[in-house]
Design a protein around this ligand. Structure first.
Ligand code: ATP
Length: 230
């Protein structure tokens, strides 16, 4: 029997209220997101990728349609329940590495703080070894390269034991070598059975997707399933 999707979106729409009037971020998006593999939200600038990703991260409330996570309709949850769900299950990684980390804490303490925020504990050295960052636990964040910082940000989602990893343009601020580190990390997380959902217009990242959802002007234009070569 096919595995149940982790997210089910049915006709969702998100609007922004601006001084110039209502701006629609996404509209009429219906999609099932699988519980495994890498789902890439692709599309040109302004097509709604980040809005959709933030909606999946429960940072935006759809004004139309429904969104369910593991069978629970998130619109029916109370504020506290949504926050708990976000904390326990959803790990969000932003495009700018420094936005994901606490500069005043060491590398290992960033992992510990991430675990604590999700009400759990972690073994920083194990996570750092898994990510090819072994030996950096006592380092300052500024001693890591941009790619290493982004790897550590994904490490924080491992520390939190998130079910889903949501990443917004995680390679866009990085040079090619650093971006390679991030691509390897995304593959690693997908191999560890996380549901990885990434908004990106980086062709190399789109290549990694086992499912690619293409957005255009806030709408879902197409979805494509892919055989991913290991
Ligand atoms: N906070 C906001 N306030 C008002 N409008 C917004 C806001 N965030 C996004 N929008 C608008 O919603 C639409 C979708 O934007 P979104 O950032 O989701 O697209 P995107 O595909 O992620 O773009 P990019 O690749 O440039 O990040 C755009 O018209 C954008 O101007």
């Amino acid at each position: 029997m096919p595995e149940k999707p982790i997210f089910r979106l049915d006709g969702i729409g998100v609007d922004y209220q601006t001084p110039a009037g209502t701006v629609t971020g996404v509209d009429g998006v219906t999609i099932d997101i699988p519980a495994r593999g890498i789902t890439v939200l692709a599309g040109p600038s302004g097509s709604g990728k980040s809005t959709l990703l933030r909606t999946l991260g429960l940072f935006e409330q759809p004004v139309r349609g429904t969104i369910s996570f593991q069978g629970t309709e998130t619109g029916k949850l109370r504020h506290r329940e949504r926050r708990a769900l976000r904390r326990t299950h959803l790990g969000l990684v932003f495009q700018n590495p420094t936005d994901n980390l606490l500069a005043y804490l060491s590398v290992a303490d960033n992992l510990r703080a991430a675990a604590e925020s999700a009400g759990t504990e972690c073994l920083p050295d194990d996570i750092l070894d898994q990510l090819g960052l072994g030996g950096t636990g006592g380092w300052r964040i500024s001693a890591l390269s941009g790619g290493q910082q982004q790897r550590l940000a994904f490490g924080c989602t491992l520390a939190r034991r998130s079910t889903v990893v949501l990443a917004d343009e995680p390679t866009s601020q990085l040079d090619e070598g650093s971006a390679d580190l991030v691509l390897d990390t995304l593959k690693y997380l997908a191999d560890q059975d996380f549901a990885v959902i990434v908004a990106s217009h980086d062709d190399r990242l789109i290549e990694l997707g086992s499912r690619v959802a293409r957005m255009h002007k806030g709408r879902l234009e197409s979805t494509e399933e892919r055989e991913v070569v290991p």
